[in-house]
Design a binder for this molecule. Structure first.
Ligand SMILES: *Cc1c(COP(=O)(O)O)cnc(C)c1O
Length: 396
C-alpha cells in the first residue's frame, strides 16, 4: 500500500472515516465488507465493462487538440468524458453502484443532486435496471436546473424538492441521508462523488478510475508513452479528478493539477466555492475533510457560476493529496472559466460544461515545455449550461 492510498479504516491521512448515525452503521459496514469483493468478481466486471462499452459509450476519445496545443505551446490532449451517455462522467459511477446495489439485494435507490447531472445519471440507470428512484434536490436547484428535473421525471424518478437550508446541494444531500436512515433494509444511496462515509470515497474513485485506465492505453497508442507530464481536472466533490488521477497517483513524474471554483474570488468566502483554499477541517456528510464554514463552525453556502462545483465540502482524498503536496490546486474564478469555455468552443468546436471549463482555465496559469504532454479531462458537455452561457455572452 502506498502513502497515497486509503487505509483500512477509511482514512487518507487525517481525512475520511465514516461518521454516520447509528441506524446506518449496518449499511455502511455491509457496503465496506462487500464492495471490493463484488467489484473484484469477474462476472461483475464483465457486466460492468460491457455496459460501459455499449451503454455509456466507452472508451471515450482522447483527442489531440491541435489549435489549443499551438496556443499553449505543448501537446494538449482532451479526455472526452463529455461524450458519455447523459453528458458527463457521472454515469460511470451511477452504473457501477446500481450493479453493486442489485447484488446486495437492494430494490430502491435514493440520490442527491445539485445541478441535476448526478440525478439524471441515477434516474437513467434506475430506468435501465427497473429500480425505484427518489432524487432529493434543493428547491432553488429545482428552479435553476429545470431541464434536468424534466429529464429525471421522464426517466421515471421521483424528484423531491428540499425546502430546508439554502435549498441547494447540501440540503438535498442531508435529505437523501435522512431517507436512507428510514429505509436502510431495501435502499441503497448512490452518492454522486468521492464524498460521504467510508467506503464511498474509495468506491466511487474506483468506478471512475476507468478514466485514467483509458488515458494510459490511449496515450501509449498515440504518443508511445503511457503517462503525461501534466494532468488536469476540475474538482467539485472530486470524482472526475479522482478517476483522472487514479492510475497516476504513484507516478511522481506526472504533475497533477486540480481546479476548484473560486466564484467571484478568494477574498470573500461567501462568493466562492474554493473549499481547499478556504475550508477548515470538519465533518460533512459522513466524512472528515475540508469544509466551508463560518467562525461558529456552521456550514456556509458556497458560490460558483457552475452549479456542479458549488459544494461546501471536498472528497477526503483531495484534501489529503493537496495537503501533502501531491496535487497543486488552483482557484479559478467564474470569469476565467467562462473565458476558457469560449476559447475551447472557438478553437476546437467543443462546448464544455462550465465545471470542465474550470480545468481548461488552468492552462494560461501553468508553464509547459514545448514537447511536454498535457491531458485535461473535459468532464461534461455544455448543453445544460446554454442558458448561463447565452446570458453571460449576450448571445442574441
Ligand atoms: C458533477 C460534475 C462535476 C463535479 O463533480 P466531481 O465529482 O468533482 O467530478 C464536474 N463536471 C461535470 C460535468 C459534472 O457534471
Amino acid at each position: 500500500m502506498s502513502k497515497y492510498s486509503i487505509n483500512e479504516n477509511g482514512y487518507y491521512g487525517e481525512f475520511g472515516g465514516a461518521y454516520v448515525p447509528e441506524i446506518l452503521r449496518k449499511n455502511v459496514v455491509e457496503l465496506k465488507e462487500n464492495y471490493l469483493k463484488i467489484m473484484g468478481d469477474p462476472q461483475f466486471q464483465a457486466e460492468f465493462n460491457q455496459l460501459l462499452h455499449d451503454y455509456v459509450g466507452r472508451p471515450t476519445a482522447l483527442y489531440h487538440a491541435n489549435r489549443l496545443s499551438k496556443k499553449y505551446g505543448a501537446n494538449i490532449y482532451l479526455k472526452r468524458e463529455d461524450l458519455c451517455h447523459t453528458g458527463a462522467h457521472k454515469l460511470n459511477n451511477a452504473l457501477g453502484q446500481i450493479l453493486l446495489a442489485r447484488r446486495l439485494g437492494k430494490t430502491r435507490i435514493v440520490a442527491e443532486t445539485g445541478a441535476g447531472q448526478h440525478g439524471v445519471a441515477t434516474a437513467t440507470v434506475c430506468a435501465l435496471m427497473n429500480m425505484e428512484c427518489v432524487v432529493y434536490m434543493g428547491e432553488t436547484d429545482v428552479k435553476r436546473q429545470f431541464l434536468n428535473v424534466q429529464r429525471m421525471k421522464m426517466l421515471g424518478a421521483t424528484v423531491v424538492p428540499v425546502m430546508s437550508g439554502n435549498r441547494t446541494l447540501k440540503d438535498g444531500t442531508n435529505e437523501a441521508i435522512r431517507d436512507w436512515c428510514c429505509n436502510p433494509a431495501n435502499t441503497h444511496y448512490i452518492i454522486g462523488s468521492v464524498v460521504g462515509p467510508d467506503p464511498y470515497p474509495d468506491m466511487v474513485a474506483r468506478f471512475q478510475s476507468v478514466i485514467s485506465e483509458e488515458i494510459k492505453k490511449q496515450l501509449q497508442e498515440q504518443t508511445g508513452r503511457d503517462y503525461p507530464d501534466h494532468l488536469l481536472a476540475c474538482i467539485g466533490g472530486g470524482s472526475n479528478a479522482a478517476g483522472t488521477f487514479y492510475h497516476y497517483i504513484e507516478n511522481e513524474k506526472v504533475r497533477l493539477y486540480a481546479a476548484e471554483a473560486a466564484g467571484l474570488g478568494l477574498e470573500d468566502p461567501e462568493k466562492s466555492a474554493a473549499t481547499i483554499h478556504l475550508g477548515r477541517e470538519g465533518i460533512l456528510h459522513g466524512s472528515r475533510s475540508l469544509v466551508m464554514m463560518d467562525e461558529d463552525g456552521q456550514i456556509t453556502e458556497p458560490y460558483s457560476i457552475s452549479a456542479g462545483l458549488d459544494y461546501p465540502g471536498v472528497g477526503p482524498m483531495h484534501a489529503y493529496l493537496a495537503k501533502v503536496g501531491r496535487t497543486k490546486v488552483l482557484a479559478i474564478t467564474d470569469a476565467e472559466a467562462m473565458t476558457a469555455a469560449l476559447e475551447l468552443t472557438k478553437l476546437e468546436g467543443i462546448i464544455p460544461a462550465i465545471e470542465s471549463a474550470h480545468a481548461l482555465a488552468m492552462l494560461p496559469k501553468l508553464k509547459f515545455g514545448k514537447d511536454e504532454t498535457v491531458v485535461i479531462t473535459v468532464s461534461g458537455r455544455g448543453d445544460k449550461d446554454m442558458n448561463t452561457y447565452a446570458n453571460y455572452f449576450k448571445l442574441a
